[in-house]
Design a protein around this ligand. Structure first.
Ligand SMILES: *Cc1c(COP(=O)(O)O)cnc(C)c1O
Length: 390
């Protein structure tokens, strides 16, 4: 349970939207606001202090990816990293190659970027996902054309948690001489990632999904590969991304990555056990539940489930009144009544898509919170379903 004003006894089950910043991360960041405030591009000692911190953080991120520090470029977010990989590759290949492949279940930071790229004269193939939200390597192989320059398929889906066969898709792309990008925002720091095993050329990560600060991300770029710039200006980040680095946030991101690395197995086991417990108890104690996403190849923290006969909005609000935070669709679409594009892409009927809730667990959740949530759901569903029948 999260302590603090108004948050007493609150149960936070929305870690795929964002996570609280670890106290150790805050402590690591604070000196870089006023004590070590230098600009890492400055030659003097103030600058060099900041530069050292920046490079330490780069090594911490690289270590968790099994990459070289020089292959990690800091950005403002996972969103910027995705935009850069896709727009940067399109601009690099402009006039030579014009085809890009992605999937219909991607995060909007990829999907809407691809739609923009399409408007500038490129062709985009949006691969259909199966009923579990997964892309098959063979689909990628079949879609590759002579003029394909890039494939972008996410590692774990943020709404349903399905994990794509990234290593195999990467092998297909590499054999065809096509660049491969993956959005690994949900898996970074949560499941082991090795950029060699995954056969990726570009990989997106973000700070605030791993108990780090918001507004910082990174893009892994395989050694020797080039992208056109998204931001032009100074020669920051080895002349790859202009703009003075957000040193405190980068330091926090590095620290959060280090902590995630040391506790990965422990977190994975805890979160996976609680998620399985939640799923089991829901299925045992509540009728009319449909679990969305792959039964096994799924992110350990994510459970997406539909509750027959209710609207997910009412369910979400009912849970919020009991102090339980969950998500419906992706955070970016909440506030609108559009059904989730991911559940739609999976071919699920409207009744299932519109009654889906995403529970995403984190390292501070407990078994008691799972029981509290299951009991709260029983009460809320009883009321909502009765209301519905009248
Ligand atoms: C959260 C998220 C993003 C966006 O990252 P930001 O740092 O919030 O911009 C991109 N892709 C996935 C899969 C995400 O879950």
């Amino acid at each position: 349970m999260i302590e603090g004003k108004n948050k007493k006894n609150a149960v936070y089950l929305d870690h795929s939207s964002t996570t609280p910043v670890e106290p150790q991360v805050v402590d690591a960041m604070l000196p870089y606001f006023n004590l070590h405030f230098g600009n890492p591009s400055s030659i003097h000692s103030f600058g060099q202090e900041a530069k050292v911190a920046l490079e330490d953080a780069r090594r911490q991120i690289a270590k968790l990816l099994k990459a070289e520090a020089g292959e990690v470029v800091f950005t403002s977010s996972g969103t910027e990293s995705n935009n850069w990989a896709l727009k940067g590759a399109a601009a690099f290949f402009a006039g030579r190659k014009k085809h890009l492949i992605t999937s219909t279940a991607e995060h909007h930071a990829v999907l809407f970027t691809c739609q923009f790229i399409e408007k500038t004269g490129f062709d985009v193939t949006y691969l259909k996902v199966n009923e579990f939200g997964m892309v098959e390597p063979q689909q990628v192989a079949d879609a590759i054309r002579e003029d394909t320059f890039m494939v972008s398929v996410m590692h774990a889906n943020n709404e349903v948690g399905t994990i794509n066969p990234i290593g195999e898709i990467g092998a297909v792309a590499r054999q065809a001489g096509v660049l491969f990008h993956t959005d690994a925002v949900q898996t970074f720091g949560k499941v082991p990632i090795d950029v060699q095993d995954l056969n990726v050329d570009f990989l997106t990560v973000s700070g605030h999904k791993i108990y780090g600060p918001k507004g910082v991300g990174a893009l892994y770029l395989r050694q020797g590969l080039q992208l056109e710039k998204l931001l032009h200006g100074g020669k920051h980040e080895r002349d790859r991304r202009a703009g003075t680095e957000n040193v405190p946030a980068v330091v926090g991101f590095g620290k959060a990555a280090e902590i995630s690395g040391t506790r990965m197995q422990e977190d994975f086991a805890l979160v996976g056990t609680l998620r399985d417990e939640l799923q089991k108890k829901l299925l045992e104690q509540i009728d009319g539940i449909h679990v969305n996403g792959h039964p096994e190849k799924r992110h350990p923290a994510i459970l997406n489930a539909s509750f027959a006969g209710v609207e997910s909005d009412s369910l979400l609000l009912g849970l919020d009144l009991k102090g339980i935070a969950v998500s419906n669709g992706s955070a970016c679409t909440s506030g609108t009544v559009e059904p989730s594009h991911v559940l739609h892409a999976m071919g699920l009927p409207k009744s299932i898509a519109n009654s889906a809730i995403r529970f995403s667990l984190g390292r501070k959740n407990t078994s008691d919170e799972i029981d509290y949530t299951v009991n709260a759901l029983k009460v809320i569903l009883k009321r909502l379903r009765k209301f519905k029948r009248r």
